[in-house]
Each structure stands twice: as structure tokens, then as C-alpha cells.
Design a protein around this ligand. Structure first.
Ligand code: PLP
Length: 402
């Protein structure tokens, strides 16, 4: 394809835009990962990640994998073949994690939820209360279902588990939530939290993170599932001195150091606020178009990704393809059950108002070109109005002219 001028507008919900300073930090010569100075790079990374997970007691593991590797590490290090787990399925990623648990030989009780909703804490509580013999060893929840743009309330799920008085571990996938919407590992008593580098952490794909509670580390001796590459023990043996059990992805670790510094500089709470404002601006645009989100109600709204339903008779895949070919805009595809029915705008990571407005404008043009009956400029206008009143920075707004 001929060179395309200007920037590609990357608006899939991961991989996300990598800040220039993080890109530059990754341009490093290859190095000896057993050198005496290597730990100067690696040791602070664990402390930085613990702040992002909001944990004092949790232990973070960094795998040269992606989020999927983190899923596998969480399950195989803590569970035995035939162990029962409870999960809720309401989108492609909660489906894939459920499928992994089944393929690993676990006994999986699945709560099927309508796509566009999420994990229902009251149903989880009911299932745990009914499990008098405590056969359920873990509850698995996807915090932010990227396929449908749905966020589940992990704090409420923890309360439900406590109310049931059930000792099951709580496993949370926050691949598309961490470092962009609030996540509280200690407060919510999460036992394994899984994430990846290519979303809120603003890095390329290639690192999987698992934050593990002392309770989960304690049950490892009973975990009979096979594991080698993802064995926590190999990391426990090597990480404290700053090394890895195998060759780490060194440029990504340099990038991670810089990304953590970006997060520290902006401040986690400011980051959550910015994501909320940009998500709300997107929702205003969707509303002005007269379209609906896949998320069924406000309770489920995600601040990192909006899945937008196209009208009957329109193929969302064509809108996505045309946006890419004609306007150099990458929108997220509809996956599995919602393929052709939705396109997704990822508003996650290193992003500001004008970048978002570019994506909304491009989506609007591509929809118009594909016969969707919306008013040109309506979505952009609604988002602009909202953004003028609601700064992405938390300090007071500059008064706008009447
Ligand atoms: C919520 C969620 N979980 C898990 C994954 C899988 O992660 P990865 O593709 O990094 O293996 C993704 C990927 O998009 C995701 O969005």
C-alpha cells in the first residue's frame, strides 16, 4: 500500500497509543540480562506495579507473555485438576478465560449472562451460599469485558463473597481496566489479578502481569495443575535479586519503567478521571447519533471502551473497514456473537480530547458513507459540548465565553 500521510488513528481497545517518551525509552541496545546492573532496572518495576494494582501485600509477577499467559499462570499455580471454579460469561474474553479453565481440566460452573451486562454479584452470592461444602475454589471475573464495553463491580462481588462467608479465591481479569479505571487489589481482597502491557499501561503487547495475594501464594502446594513456563516458584527464586528464570523482554522492561513514570507523573486518580470524561464524551456522541451502546444500562458502562450497536441491516464490519481504508482510523471489531453488529471505540491509554474527537469524526464519516442515517457533525458536536464543560484534568475549568 502507498505511504499514507499523517498519523494512523489507533482506536482499538488495545494495543493502545504508546507515549513518545515510552517509545524512546525502548530504543535500547540489547543487554546482558544477567549483568550486575540489570537489577537496577528490574527491582523498582515490581514496586511501581504494586502501586498501580493498589497493593501492599500482593506479589507481582511479570511474564514475557500477554494477558492470556497471565490467565494461565493464575489458574495453574493455584488450582488442582477437577477443582471447581465459578465464572460469569458475558463476552468474548470472559468466554475465552472460561474455555481455558475447562481445557485445563477444571470443573467450571458458568453463570451465563446476557452480553451487554456483566457479573451479577447477587447471583455469585447465591451460588456460594448454595455451595455448603466449599467445593468452589475460585471465582473468576472479567473486570472490564473489552468485547462489549462492560465493567463489572469487583468491590460489590467481594462484598457478596464475604456475605456468603465463602473462602473461595477471587480471580480478576483487569487486562483492559488496570491503570485506566479504578482497581483496588488490597481493598477488594483480590487473590489473582491479571493484566497485560498493551492497554492502560501504554506499552506494546508482550508482558503479562499477575498480582497474587499471600492467601493465593499459600495454596500453591495443593495446586496440582501442570505448569512450567508460568510457575510462580521459578520467579520467586529469581525475582528478589532482580533476575528472571528465562530471558526477559528487555526493551519492554525499559518501556515499562518509563510508562510507570508517566502514570506516577499524571497520578492514578487523574488518569481514572480522564478516562471517565473521555468515555462520557463518547457516550454523548453515541446518544446524539441516535444509536445505542451494547452495554445495557449505565451500571455496566465501561470507561475504557464503547461498543456501539449499528442499526439493523447495516454491517458494522464494513464501517470498520471503510474507516481504516478511507480515513486511516482503526476501530475495534465486533467479536463472536456481536460480529457485524457493533464497532468499538477504545478510549484507553495515552489519549486526549482532540484525539478522541478525531476518532468520533472518523466513525461518523464512515457511518454516513455506509448509509447509517445520522446527522453529520452531531456526535462530534455533542462530544465537544461535553468536553468544553468537563476538563480531562481535575483542576477547575477555565471559564468558557458565553
Ligand atoms: C479483558 C481481556 N482479557 C484478556 C485478554 C487477552 O489478552 P492478550 O490478548 O494480551 O493475551 C484481552 C485482550 O484484548 C482482554 O481485553
Amino acid at each position: 500500500m502507498a505511504r499514507r500521510p499523517g498519523r494512523n488513528f489507533l482506536f482499538v481497545p488495545g494495543p493502545t497509543n504508546v507515549p513518545e517518551r515510552v517509545l524512546r525509552a525502548m530504543v535500547v541496545s540489547q543487554e546482558d540480562h544477567r549483568s550486575p546492573i540489570f537489577p537496577e532496572l528490574t527491582k523498582p518495576l515490581y514496586e511501581g506495579l504494586k502501586k498501580v494494582f493498589k497493593t501492599k501485600d500482593g506479589q507481582v509477577f511479570i511474564f514475557p507473555s500477554s494477558g492470556t499467559g497471565g490467565w494461565e499462570a493464575a489458574l495453574t499455580n493455584t488450582l488442582a485438576p477437577g477443582d471447581k471454579v465459578l465464572t460469569a460469561r458475558f463476552g468474548q474474553f470472559s468466554h475465552l478465560w472460561t474455555d481455558m479453565a475447562q481445557r485445563l481440566g477444571l470443573d467450571v460452573e458458568v453463570q451465563e449472562e446476557e452480553w451487554g451486562t456483566g457479573a451479577h454479584e447477587e447471583k455469585i452470592e447465591e451460588a456460594l451460599v448454595a455451595d455448603k461444602e466449599h467445593r468452589i475454589k475460585a471465582v473468576m471475573v472479567v473486570h472490564n469485558e473489552t468485547a462489549t464495553g462492560v465493567t463489572s463491580n469487583i468491590g460489590a462481588i467481594r462484598k457478596a463473597m464475604d456475605a456468603a462467608g465463602h473462602p473461595a479465591l477471587l480471580f480478576v481479569d483487569s487486562v483492559s481496566g488496570l491503570a485506566s479505571i479504578d482497581f483496588r487489589f488490597d481493598e477488594w481482597k483480590v487473590d489473582c489479578a491479571v493484566s497485560g502491557s498493551q492497554k492502560g499501561l501504554m506499552l506494546p503487547a508482550g508482558l503479562g502481569f499477575v498480582c497474587v495475594s499471600q492467601k493465593a501464594l499459600g495454596v500453591r502446594k495443593n495446586a496440582g495443575l501442570n505448569k512450567v513456563y508460568f510457575d510462580f516458584q521459578d520467579h520467586i527464586n529469581t525475582n528478589p535479586s532482580g533476575y528472571f528464570p528465562y530471558t526477559p523482554a528487555t526493551p519492554l522492561l525499559h518501556g515499562l519503567r518509563e510508562a510507570l513514570q508517566c502514570i506516577e507523573d499524571e497520578g492514578l486518580e487523574n488518569i481514572f478521571h480522564r478516562h471517565h470524561v473521555l468515555a462520557e464524551a463518547t457516550r454523548r456522541a453515541v446518544n446524539a447519533w441516535g444509536l445505542k451502546l451494547c452495554a445495557k444500562s449505565e451500571r455496566w458502562h465501561s470507561d475504557t471502551v464503547s461498543a456501539i450497536m449499528v442499526p439493523e441491516g447495516i454491517d458494522a464490519a464494513k464501517i470498520i473497514r471503510h474507516a481504516y481504508d478511507r480515513y486511516n482510523l482503526a476501530l475495534g471489531a465486533g467479536l463472536s456473537k456481536v460480529a457485524g453488529k457493533v464497532f468499538r471505540i477504545g478510549h484507553i491509554g495515552d489519549l486526549n480530547e482532540l484525539m478522541l474527537l478525531g476518532a468520533i469524526a472518523g466513525a461518523e464519516m464512515s457511518m454516513l458513507d455506509n448509509g447509517v442515517k445520522i446527522q453529520a457533525g452531531s456526535g462530534v458536536g455533542a462530544a465537544q459540548e461535553y468536553l468544553r464543560d468537563n476538563p480531562i484534568e481535575r483542576q477547575a475549568a477555565t471559564p468558557k465565553a458565553a
